[in-house]
Design a protein around this ligand. Sequence first.
Ligand code: F6P
Length: 547
Amino acid sequence: MALENINPSGTVAWQKLREHFAEMQMASMPDMFAADNGRAEKFHITWNNFLVDYSKNLITDETLALLQDLAKEVNLSGAIESYFGGEAINRTEDRAVLHTALRAPKDADIKVDGKNVMPEVYSVKEKIKQFTDEVISGKRTGYTGKAFTHVVNIGIGGSDLGPAMVTEALEYYKNQLEVRFVSNVDGDHIAEKLKGLDPETTLFVIVSKTFTTQETLSNATTARDWFLQLGSQDDVAKHFVAVSTNIQKVTEFGIAESNIFPMWDWVGGRFSLWSAVGLSIALAIGYDNFDKLLKGAHDMDEHFRTAPHSENIPVVLALLSVWYNNFYGAESEALIPYTQYLQKLAPYLQQGIMESNGKSVGRDGNPVNYQTGTIIWGEPGTNSQHAFFQLIHQGTKLIPTDFIGFAKSLHGNQDHHDKLMSNFFAQTEALLNGKSKAQVKKEFAEKGVEGEQAAFLVPFKEFKGNKPTNTLLIDKLTPEALGSLVALYEHKIFVQGVIWNIFSYDQWGVELGKQLANSILGEIQSGEVKEHDPSTSFLLKTFLEKR
Ligand code: F6P
């Protein structure tokens, strides 16, 4: 069964949420906490090693009940069944969306077009395990018999962001292999990443689901040319492997069929790190850790599939996000991990969230009459505090923010960790309570600051507070915890796509620019500028003169 076609703005719950929003506009979170000291107790979910506190949101019991009604009216439960059941919910590409199968147990029975995909999934996993074990142990070597020391992952979008994010996030668990990532077609990127590498000890992993992506093919060709300066064509087989669904194109490129790690069209690029696209992750941290990552994601899948909506982390976070996006008019959400290891989480989720839900046509083919995909951005704390927190605290925009922190540090430097986490808690408290003018005046008085300048400064030092945050406190940054965290956001994306009645799993919006770039490339290379708008023609001509 395809996903239903229900305009959320036509539901009873949506109408009631509108009316409720009119009442909530003036609501004060500090007042709500003062009136109900069980609020934190009530508005949190504990699951495995996760504590998700969503009490610092502009919500009441009624808000949550109405949001749950909305989920019911759009038949979220039915949609979840279709998603996990392998139905072709990616209707515009006529495909199932089954990244969840990649982390399901071996004995699961998950069918695509009537065929259980699990035997294939596990045969590729076995291939990944064998290959990574051999490379890490030095059993598999380069063409001169030396063990590999460096891995270069060449891919872009989902074929880069996921592996790069996870490899950095799990750096603590890394082995001796140095893994580098090349994505941009900018030749300076690959030039920098090849610096200092020895062709005898470098392994290239070319990742492209389609194997037609301009950036990846250009970088792969440059890498192969670089390798061929020392190695021979026959040696390419020992140094180049590929991850793709397009076996024919990979073999045409010159990579041996035995060096291809297959994937399937039911794995979307931005959800593919769990497949062989994660080969570089498995090389970096070993197969067992890669498997733990998958296990953590599967645990979250089970939670999402089975927990009642009111206790379901992805569902609750998705509904809160809909509340701000569609009723408060919040345009963006920030994501602030309090660990440097998760530096790439926001860029990774930018693709996941914005490529999925940045759509303006409903499942009925008509333009939507409400807002969809949020803008996502973020940086680790505490760096972000010294960069853009000013705007979150005192700017004019409402920016719901997720704070992600860990109870334990990995290297165990308690002093640093206590400082880090004191900032983590302080920020959500400050965003909640703010600081009133009266408090500012009191502080001035205590310091003996008086007079005209002090009075002038009061409004600038006031913090209005009442800014919504979610706090995700996780025990420790382990491969399992990271798997669960990423799967949580994947499911949040799904829930929001269901509610917004859009197709979350295509990405037609990236095609037009690609097409135009191809034709402009021809013009640049021939030096003949064809017909464009006046601005583009002028720019191209100037570029050709200067290049
Ligand atoms: O940016 C569009 C996109 O298709 C992404 O969805 C995808 O992750 C990326 O390009 C790379 O595609 P491929 O893995 O086919 O090279």
